[in-house]
Design a protein around this ligand. Sequence first.
Ligand code: HEM
Ligand code: NAG
Length: 483
Amino acid sequence: MSSDVVVPNLFSGLGPSVAAAVAVVVVTIVIAGKIFRRDGENGQPYPPLAPASMLDTMNKMQGSDLPWFYLQMATTLGNKYTYRLKLPLRQMFVVTGDPNFARDVLLDPKSTKPDLYRQFEADGIGNIFTRNGEFWHARRKGTAPAFSSSHIKRMNSVAIEIAELWIKNTLLPVMKEGKPFDVAKEMINITLDSICKTAFEYDPTEEEKEQFLKCEELVTTEYISRSLSNPFRQYLGPLLPKRREAMQAAKKNLALAKRIIANYRAMKNPTKGTIVDLIANNKCYATLDEMAVDLIIYLVAGHDTTGYTLAFTLLELARHPEEQKKIRDDLAKRTPDDWSNSKVVQMAIKESMRLYPVSAGGSLRQLGRDFETDDGFVVPRNSNVVAAMILLHRNPTVFEDADKFIPSRWENPTKEMKDAFLIFSAGKQNCIGQALANAELQCIIPMILSQVELEVVEEGSVDCFLTMKPTGAWLKAKPLNGN
Ligand code: HEM
Ligand SMILES: *[C@@H]1O[C@H](CO)[C@@H](O)[C@H](O)[C@H]1NC(C)=O
């Protein structure tokens, strides 16, 4: 608490950004000597330093083109897929797209989520996503039963109903009118409705959804992007208008989570084993705020990654009519209840996840021991290592034509390709919701493609604030066979 007060006073009179810059420079000088050394204790080399200044790196870490920066650094270093970033941190910060090293780190029992994750915490309230040890384990174990196969089936059938309604009430009508649709917005609406209904038995109003999405964006950009790139923002706190706005937004979302919990508690016959049921009755939560914060984690993680993956897959398929045709030909050979087993559909989804990994920020871990990479670099204990999905998935030594959308590459994948595909991360802190995400993707994509043909109207662009997403991508649906 004291640092919240001391730092602003120290720089009183200066603008907050000047204060932050001064603080950064001071800390940099103090620690640069230590982290930018070229070799380890016994003369073995550290991974190469990325050719970007610290300020440049910090800028990129908060920008929307982080994945492209990661790729550019690897290429500029002559296809080195493990390198160090210059950041004002006490420990070494390593980015890797080397499947063996990434897996070794993620699967090592001594690897932990570093304290950097705590900057994602609104008001310093710990949650399943940011913590380690027993605190994390009690939460993870508590909600794990919500992802049993019977619950996945129940949740997925609701998601299918919602997607069917969307096709009937939105997609087919806009097609008749010849109008395009914003694919990311529509998919997010479907996945948000689904998670609310299935995990929380809550019917949000359109206003609640709109406010939640707006607040989520404010919180994400401030707490995650800005804090990571400038650790001093947390001390400057309320002095920064954007930070203040984000604090308000976090409070609004916490209030929504509490309404969801209250709604659950008021129900006569709530479904057993939903996420809200398991959170509300888990003794590990000390306060209602702690419950509410975890519920928000599930609300965010449970809709945006799946929604944007649906959107990227539809966008790629719209760009590739020949791949759409392959899918339709395969679906024609099956009954609808068998569509989700279509290997052709699964390969298209996997390939779009490879090319556009929504979890682009990667999986960050702190090493509990020294590591040596296959290239002979040492990465000492306590270093921060990011398994960067964008580097892993577009590593040219693993994937031929790594930047191209080629679903058929997954027909006979090499072991290296399978190892490099880390969309849900790996190890004990991997994605708890992956079976649900896969079920939804494998059902909703064929439902849409069996009814319409898609084409691109506006390409839009790719944005990245924690989640990688297509923005301003507009598609148009056409009747099949020109009917
Ligand atoms: C395509 C969809 C999804 C992708 C690509 C994805 C990806 C990921 C990744 C990479 C992590 C690890 C993050 C890290 O190491 O920092 C993660 C964690 C997590 N995901 Fe997902 N996810 C998806 C869908 C879901 C869904 C549908 C849910 C819940 C309904 C969910 C809930 C969570 C939770 C709670 C964690 C934290 C788990 C822990 O720390 O124990 N995710 N996800
Ligand atoms: C989201 O979907 C619901 C139906 O589930 C619909 O009533 C609503 O208009 C949609 N909202 C947006 C912003 O498209």
